[in-house]
Structure formats: C-alpha cells, structure tokens
Design a protein around this ligand. Structure first.
Ligand code: SIN
Length: 307
C-alpha cells in the first residue's frame, strides 16, 4: 500500500523529510535476502494494490484493498495475506478489514517508521516478522506487526510519531511477540468474524463514496457552532470524542442532541487513549465503549452503508 516502509529520502540519515510510497514492493522484497528465500519456500505472490502515503487513504482504495484481500483469502492455496502499509492510518485499515471481513485466515499489516533508504531501516525486519506471523498454524484475523510486537486490529493504535516501536494495544496488551522468527503468544487471535450490524463487502463495493461522517472533540470552551456547520453541510453521522468517561461540554452536547433529533446518528467515544468507556445511566448518545474515535467513525460508516 506504500507508506514509509516504501519511502525514499535524499540521504540515509534523513528519517523525517522523505516521500512515502516511492519504492515498489518487488524491489523491497528483493532487497532482503531472507525474504527472497522465503519467497521461494512459501510461494510468495507479490502485488501492489496502491502506493500511497497512508494519510491520503480514501474509500476507493480501502474498498479495493478489501475486495482483493477477500478474493485472495477465498483461494484454497492462499494461507495468509501480508499488507505493507503506512503507519499513520494503519489502525483504521486494520479495523476496517477486521470489521468487514473478520477473516478466518491471517491478514497481517506491517509497516516501518524509517524510510527504505535509511542507514538502518526497520521495514525489512518488520516484513520478516509479519511473514512469520502469517505462517503461524493458528493465526487468524487481522493483526498488525511492528517492532517485534503483534497487535490485534481492535486494539492497535499508533501512539508515537517517531520511535520504531510506535504502536500500542493499550490496556488489552499485544497478542504476542516475534522473536528470532518464532512467535511467543500471550493472548488469543482476533475472532474470525466481522463486526455485527455493518455493511457487507458487496455493499462496500457497490457504494460510490463513504457516508459523510466526521469526528469532533469535546474540549474546554467547545460550543455548538462546529456541529451546526457540519449539519448544514450535510453530515450523515458524527463521532464525538468526549472527555474522560465520555462527557461532552454542555454547549456542544446541546448541538449534538439537536443533530441526533434530526436523524443524524451520533456515536460517543473518548479522547482518552487507554481504557474503555463505562456506560453511564441515561446517556443520550450511542456509547461505543471499546472503540477509539477513528474506529468508531469506520464502524458508523459501515453501519450507515448497511442501511
Ligand atoms: C504513511 O503513513 O504512509 C507515512 C508514515 C509512515 O508510514 O510511518
């Protein structure tokens, strides 16, 4: 899919001012002897669905990726799919694929924090680790592998803008670790089933655009103007990242409740990066306890597409 793992900078010491998605996947695989050898052992099929900076991810690309992954997984001779992806929206793609496909075979997203041209790039080891996960006999569902850690699609979040170990599974903790090509598992793989109440792959393919869903924050001094502007511009769903256990500034809440009364669904998440929302009595918005705001947005879009 592109990303920093396929990124190129003007010098080997430059880890920030590079262009993501410059180098073809064939070339990345060719550059790693152990991967080249694995390619023969495992009959590795290498193909590019997109070559983008993942900040620019859009619905058409996600839908194309889901379709291709589903096609491949349906083949008897395909054991797993590994996806090289930018780190910035990896958690959204991982959640989207898990929610939509809930695959019984493993789908392993991997990435890099340093471009392929770096003096010591992290992409090659991450790709090898991802392949080890993909080949594990018990692996299933969508996971992400970065810096030797295996994260479940439901839990993974990018938590650091620079360090190589940029992801966390928060309170849930990782599924396991990849050490010298072997897996040390500490908890279960993601379920081989998608999210309840969401669109089918066919509905996603048939849609020409995402439903228009935006994320808004609650914060000190928040008011209703942003919500009113979004409603006027035709927003079809809203996710509010509330403070703490899902509280929302009273002025913003008033506007959100008005939007909801007009038929615009509003999902309530939290801006806290760890833990889960605990449902409160008489909550007037739909609380999505275990989803981050970006995941809640995808869940709401898939829900709207299912109607
Ligand atoms: C991207 O997300 O495509 C660029 C940043 C990265 O991969 O680390």
């Amino acid at each position: 899919m592109g990303g920093t793992i396929a990124g190129a900078a003007s010098s080997a010491s430059n880890h920030t001012s590079y262009k993501a998605g410059q180098i073809g996947l064939e070339q990345l695989v060719e550059a790693v002897p152990a991967l080249r050898e694995s390619a023969q052992t495992y009959d590795l099929l290498v193909e590019e669905v997109a070559r983008i900076d993942s900040k620019d991810m859009d619905f058409a690309i996600l839908a194309r990726l889901a379709q291709r992954v589903a096609q491949l997984l349906a083949q008897d001779d395909v054991q797993a799919v590994v996806i090289t992806h930018g780190t910035d929206t990896l958690e959204e793609t991982a959640f989207f694929l898990q929610a939509l496909l809930g695959p019984a075979k493993p789908v392993v997203l991997t990435c890099a924090m340093r471009p392929a041209t770096a003096l010591v790039p992290d992409g090659p080891q991450n790709m090898l680790d991802a392949l080890a996960v993909a080949c594990h006999h018990a692996a299933q569902g969508v996971v992400a592998v970065c810096a030797g850690v295996i994260h479940g699609a439901q839990d993974v979040q990018k938590v650091h803008p620079y360090r190589l170990d940029a992801f966390s599974s928060g309170d849930a903790g990782p599924i396991g670790f990849v050490e010298e090509g072997r897996l040390r598992l500490v908890r279960n793989w993601p379920a081989a089933k998608g999210l309840a109440g969401v669109a089918s792959l066919e509905a996603v393919q048939a849609a020409s655009a995402w439903p228009y869903v935006e994320i808004v924050l609650s914060h000190a001094g928040a008011d209703g103007r942003l919500i009113d502007a979004l409603v006027r511009s035709g927003v079809q769903g809203l996710v509010v990242a509330g403070t703490g256990n899902g509280t929302v500034h009273e002025a913003r809440l008033k506007a959100l409740l008005q939007a909801q009364a007009q038929g615009i669904p509003v999902f309530l998440s939290t801006r806290c990066p760890l833990g889960q929302l605990l449902k409160r009595d008489n909550e007037s918005l739909t609380t999505v306890c275990d989803l981050s705001p970006v995941q809640a947005r995808i869940a709401l879009m898939l829900h709207l597409l299912s109607r």
